[in-house]
Design a protein around this ligand. Structure first.
Ligand SMILES: Nc1nc2c(ncn2[C@@H]2O[C@H](COP(=O)(O)OP(=O)(O)O)[C@@H](O)[C@H]2O)c(=O)[nH]1
Ligand SMILES: [Mg+2]
Length: 227
Protein backbone atom coordinates (compact mmCIF):
# COMPACT_ATOMS: atom_id res chain seq x y z
CA UNK A 1 0.00 0.00 0.00
CA UNK A 2 1.30 3.42 -1.00
CA UNK A 3 0.52 6.22 1.41
CA UNK A 4 0.68 9.96 0.75
CA UNK A 5 0.68 12.86 3.15
CA UNK A 6 -1.43 15.77 1.93
CA UNK A 7 -1.03 19.15 3.61
CA UNK A 8 -3.95 21.60 3.40
CA UNK A 9 -2.94 25.24 3.35
CA UNK A 10 -4.47 28.68 3.20
CA UNK A 11 -1.82 31.24 4.11
CA UNK A 12 0.22 29.01 6.41
CA UNK A 13 3.80 30.10 5.56
CA UNK A 14 4.93 30.96 9.08
CA UNK A 15 3.23 27.91 10.55
CA UNK A 16 4.59 25.64 7.84
CA UNK A 17 8.13 26.83 8.57
CA UNK A 18 7.72 25.61 12.15
CA UNK A 19 5.64 22.48 11.59
CA UNK A 20 7.07 21.02 8.38
CA UNK A 21 10.42 20.04 9.96
CA UNK A 22 8.48 18.03 12.56
CA UNK A 23 6.87 15.74 9.97
CA UNK A 24 8.49 12.27 9.70
CA UNK A 25 8.68 12.35 5.88
CA UNK A 26 10.18 8.86 5.63
CA UNK A 27 6.81 7.35 6.60
CA UNK A 28 5.27 8.43 3.29
CA UNK A 29 5.49 7.48 -0.39
CA UNK A 30 4.62 11.02 -1.45
CA UNK A 31 4.10 14.46 0.09
CA UNK A 32 1.71 16.96 -1.52
CA UNK A 33 0.06 20.26 -0.75
CA UNK A 34 -3.41 21.47 -1.67
CA UNK A 35 -3.39 25.24 -1.41
CA UNK A 36 -6.22 27.77 -1.49
CA UNK A 37 -4.51 30.63 -3.35
CA UNK A 38 -2.23 31.58 -0.48
CA UNK A 39 -0.58 34.97 -0.93
CA UNK A 40 1.91 34.78 1.92
CA UNK A 41 4.60 32.65 0.29
CA UNK A 42 3.18 29.29 1.40
CA UNK A 43 3.39 27.91 -2.15
CA UNK A 44 7.00 29.03 -2.61
CA UNK A 45 7.94 27.48 0.72
CA UNK A 46 6.77 24.03 -0.41
CA UNK A 47 7.88 24.38 -4.03
CA UNK A 48 11.41 25.13 -2.78
CA UNK A 49 11.27 21.73 -1.11
CA UNK A 50 10.26 20.13 -4.44
CA UNK A 51 6.79 19.37 -3.13
CA UNK A 52 3.93 19.47 -5.64
CA UNK A 53 1.32 22.08 -4.85
CA UNK A 54 -2.19 21.52 -6.24
CA UNK A 55 -4.99 24.03 -6.74
CA UNK A 56 -8.60 23.21 -6.07
CA UNK A 57 -11.69 23.68 -8.22
CA UNK A 58 -14.28 23.59 -5.47
CA UNK A 59 -14.16 25.99 -2.52
CA UNK A 60 -13.11 25.46 1.07
CA UNK A 61 -11.60 22.50 2.84
CA UNK A 62 -14.14 20.31 1.03
CA UNK A 63 -12.59 21.42 -2.24
CA UNK A 64 -9.18 20.54 -0.83
CA UNK A 65 -10.24 16.91 -0.25
CA UNK A 66 -11.64 16.67 -3.78
CA UNK A 67 -8.41 18.02 -5.22
CA UNK A 68 -6.30 15.72 -3.02
CA UNK A 69 -8.03 12.54 -4.17
CA UNK A 70 -8.22 13.62 -7.82
CA UNK A 71 -4.63 14.82 -8.17
CA UNK A 72 -2.83 12.05 -6.33
CA UNK A 73 -2.65 8.34 -7.09
CA UNK A 74 -1.58 6.74 -3.80
CA UNK A 75 -3.81 4.12 -2.13
CA UNK A 76 -4.37 6.12 1.03
CA UNK A 77 -4.08 9.75 2.08
CA UNK A 78 -3.20 11.23 5.44
CA UNK A 79 -4.40 14.82 5.76
CA UNK A 80 -2.27 17.21 7.80
CA UNK A 81 -2.92 20.81 8.90
CA UNK A 82 0.39 22.67 9.36
CA UNK A 83 -1.08 25.41 11.59
CA UNK A 84 -0.04 23.75 14.86
CA UNK A 85 -3.33 21.89 15.47
CA UNK A 86 -2.23 18.52 14.05
CA UNK A 87 0.26 16.75 16.34
CA UNK A 88 2.90 15.14 14.08
CA UNK A 89 3.30 12.40 16.71
CA UNK A 90 0.00 10.88 15.50
CA UNK A 91 1.34 10.30 11.98
CA UNK A 92 3.17 7.04 12.61
CA UNK A 93 0.11 5.55 14.31
CA UNK A 94 -2.08 6.51 11.34
CA UNK A 95 0.34 4.92 8.88
CA UNK A 96 0.58 1.80 11.05
CA UNK A 97 -3.22 1.44 11.13
CA UNK A 98 -3.52 1.93 7.36
CA UNK A 99 -0.89 -0.77 6.85
CA UNK A 100 -2.94 -3.05 9.11
CA UNK A 101 -5.86 -2.63 6.70
CA UNK A 102 -7.91 0.05 8.43
CA UNK A 103 -9.77 2.34 6.05
CA UNK A 104 -10.74 5.46 7.94
CA UNK A 105 -8.71 6.71 10.89
CA UNK A 106 -9.40 9.71 13.09
CA UNK A 107 -7.05 10.83 15.86
CA UNK A 108 -9.71 11.92 18.34
CA UNK A 109 -9.45 15.02 20.51
CA UNK A 110 -12.44 13.91 22.57
CA UNK A 111 -11.62 10.55 24.15
CA UNK A 112 -9.69 9.49 27.25
CA UNK A 113 -6.06 10.57 27.02
CA UNK A 114 -6.80 13.22 24.37
CA UNK A 115 -6.72 17.00 24.43
CA UNK A 116 -8.55 19.68 22.52
CA UNK A 117 -7.46 23.21 21.64
CA UNK A 118 -10.28 24.57 23.83
CA UNK A 119 -9.49 22.53 26.94
CA UNK A 120 -7.94 25.51 28.74
CA UNK A 121 -11.03 27.70 28.14
CA UNK A 122 -14.08 27.59 30.40
CA UNK A 123 -16.60 28.04 27.56
CA UNK A 124 -15.76 25.32 25.07
CA UNK A 125 -18.20 26.08 22.24
CA UNK A 126 -16.53 24.05 19.51
CA UNK A 127 -15.79 21.12 21.77
CA UNK A 128 -19.28 20.84 23.24
CA UNK A 129 -21.12 21.26 19.96
CA UNK A 130 -18.80 18.70 18.39
CA UNK A 131 -19.46 16.24 21.25
CA UNK A 132 -23.22 16.73 20.97
CA UNK A 133 -23.24 16.25 17.20
CA UNK A 134 -20.87 13.26 17.43
CA UNK A 135 -23.16 11.49 19.90
CA UNK A 136 -26.25 12.21 17.81
CA UNK A 137 -24.66 11.17 14.53
CA UNK A 138 -23.26 7.95 16.03
CA UNK A 139 -26.67 7.09 17.53
CA UNK A 140 -28.47 7.73 14.26
CA UNK A 141 -26.11 6.09 11.80
CA UNK A 142 -23.59 3.95 13.70
CA UNK A 143 -24.15 0.24 13.13
CA UNK A 144 -22.45 -2.74 14.82
CA UNK A 145 -20.62 -0.52 17.29
CA UNK A 146 -19.28 1.83 14.62
CA UNK A 147 -19.08 5.39 15.95
CA UNK A 148 -17.11 8.62 15.95
CA UNK A 149 -16.28 10.83 18.91
CA UNK A 150 -14.74 13.69 16.90
CA UNK A 151 -16.72 14.50 13.77
CA UNK A 152 -14.99 17.78 13.00
CA UNK A 153 -11.40 16.54 13.25
CA UNK A 154 -9.88 17.29 9.87
CA UNK A 155 -6.63 15.55 10.74
CA UNK A 156 -7.49 12.08 9.44
CA UNK A 157 -6.49 9.26 7.13
CA UNK A 158 -8.52 7.43 4.54
CA UNK A 159 -7.98 4.88 1.83
CA UNK A 160 -8.90 5.89 -1.69
CA UNK A 161 -11.39 3.00 -1.81
CA UNK A 162 -13.13 4.25 1.32
CA UNK A 163 -13.27 7.82 -0.02
CA UNK A 164 -14.76 6.58 -3.30
CA UNK A 165 -17.38 4.59 -1.39
CA UNK A 166 -18.52 7.80 0.33
CA UNK A 167 -19.66 8.98 -3.11
CA UNK A 168 -19.18 12.68 -2.39
CA UNK A 169 -19.16 14.47 -5.74
CA UNK A 170 -18.95 18.11 -4.66
CA UNK A 171 -17.98 18.23 -0.98
CA UNK A 172 -19.42 20.67 1.51
CA UNK A 173 -16.94 23.59 1.49
CA UNK A 174 -16.97 24.11 5.24
CA UNK A 175 -18.27 20.88 6.74
CA UNK A 176 -16.63 18.09 4.71
CA UNK A 177 -15.35 16.38 7.84
CA UNK A 178 -18.77 15.63 9.27
CA UNK A 179 -20.09 14.83 5.80
CA UNK A 180 -17.45 12.11 5.41
CA UNK A 181 -18.15 10.63 8.84
CA UNK A 182 -21.91 10.45 8.31
CA UNK A 183 -21.46 8.81 4.91
CA UNK A 184 -18.94 6.34 6.36
CA UNK A 185 -21.32 5.36 9.18
CA UNK A 186 -24.18 4.99 6.71
CA UNK A 187 -22.11 2.72 4.48
CA UNK A 188 -20.64 0.68 7.32
CA UNK A 189 -17.05 1.84 6.78
CA UNK A 190 -15.33 1.26 10.10
CA UNK A 191 -13.92 4.36 11.80
CA UNK A 192 -10.87 3.74 13.98
CA UNK A 193 -9.92 6.29 16.61
CA UNK A 194 -7.05 6.81 19.00
CA UNK A 195 -6.39 9.77 21.32
CA UNK A 196 -4.38 12.76 20.14
CA UNK A 197 -3.40 16.02 21.78
CA UNK A 198 -4.37 18.96 19.62
CA UNK A 199 -1.88 21.81 19.59
CA UNK A 200 -2.72 25.49 19.43
CA UNK A 201 -2.71 27.32 16.10
CA UNK A 202 0.71 29.03 16.10
CA UNK A 203 0.07 32.11 13.91
CA UNK A 204 -2.85 33.62 12.08
CA UNK A 205 -6.55 33.04 12.42
CA UNK A 206 -8.76 30.06 11.71
CA UNK A 207 -10.61 30.04 8.37
CA UNK A 208 -13.53 28.37 10.16
CA UNK A 209 -15.40 30.83 12.38
CA UNK A 210 -17.46 28.80 14.85
CA UNK A 211 -20.99 29.97 14.09
CA UNK A 212 -20.61 29.71 10.33
CA UNK A 213 -19.15 26.24 10.68
CA UNK A 214 -21.96 25.16 13.03
CA UNK A 215 -24.62 26.33 10.57
CA UNK A 216 -22.89 24.44 7.77
CA UNK A 217 -22.55 21.32 9.97
CA UNK A 218 -26.28 21.43 10.67
CA UNK A 219 -27.07 21.86 6.98
CA UNK A 220 -25.03 18.75 6.15
CA UNK A 221 -26.66 16.88 9.03
CA UNK A 222 -30.23 17.64 7.88
CA UNK A 223 -29.41 16.98 4.23
CA UNK A 224 -28.01 13.57 5.20
CA UNK A 225 -31.16 12.85 7.23
CA UNK A 226 -33.23 13.37 4.11
CA UNK A 227 -31.18 11.34 1.60
N1 LIG B 1 -6.52 23.86 0.64
C1 LIG B 1 -7.25 24.53 1.52
N2 LIG B 1 -6.87 24.58 2.81
C2 LIG B 1 -7.63 25.28 3.68
C3 LIG B 1 -8.81 25.99 3.30
N3 LIG B 1 -9.33 26.57 4.41
C4 LIG B 1 -8.51 26.26 5.43
N4 LIG B 1 -7.49 25.48 4.99
C5 LIG B 1 -6.41 24.84 5.76
O1 LIG B 1 -7.01 23.75 6.43
C6 LIG B 1 -6.53 23.64 7.76
C7 LIG B 1 -7.68 23.79 8.74
O2 LIG B 1 -8.19 25.11 8.71
P1 LIG B 1 -8.28 26.01 10.02
O3 LIG B 1 -8.61 27.40 9.57
O4 LIG B 1 -7.07 25.85 10.87
O5 LIG B 1 -9.55 25.39 10.74
P2 LIG B 1 -9.70 24.95 12.28
O6 LIG B 1 -8.49 24.15 12.66
O7 LIG B 1 -10.96 24.14 12.28
O8 LIG B 1 -9.80 26.20 13.07
C8 LIG B 1 -5.43 24.69 7.88
O9 LIG B 1 -4.19 24.09 7.60
C9 LIG B 1 -5.80 25.72 6.82
O10 LIG B 1 -4.67 26.41 6.30
C10 LIG B 1 -9.18 25.93 1.90
O11 LIG B 1 -10.17 26.53 1.47
N5 LIG B 1 -8.39 25.19 1.09
MG1 LIG C 1 -6.56 24.64 12.43
Amino acid sequence: MKIALVIFTKNERRNSEKMFPKIPLRLFDGIYVVDAKSNDGTRDFYKAKKIKVFDQIYPGVGGAYESAFRNTKKDALVIFHPDGNSDPKALSKMVQLLRKGEQFIIPSRMIKGAANEEDDQSFKYRKWSNQLMSTLVSMLWGRDGNKCSDLTQGYRAMTRRAYEKLNIKIPSPIAPDIEQVIRALKRGIKIVEFPTREGHRLHGKTSMPSIRTSIENLKVFFRELLV
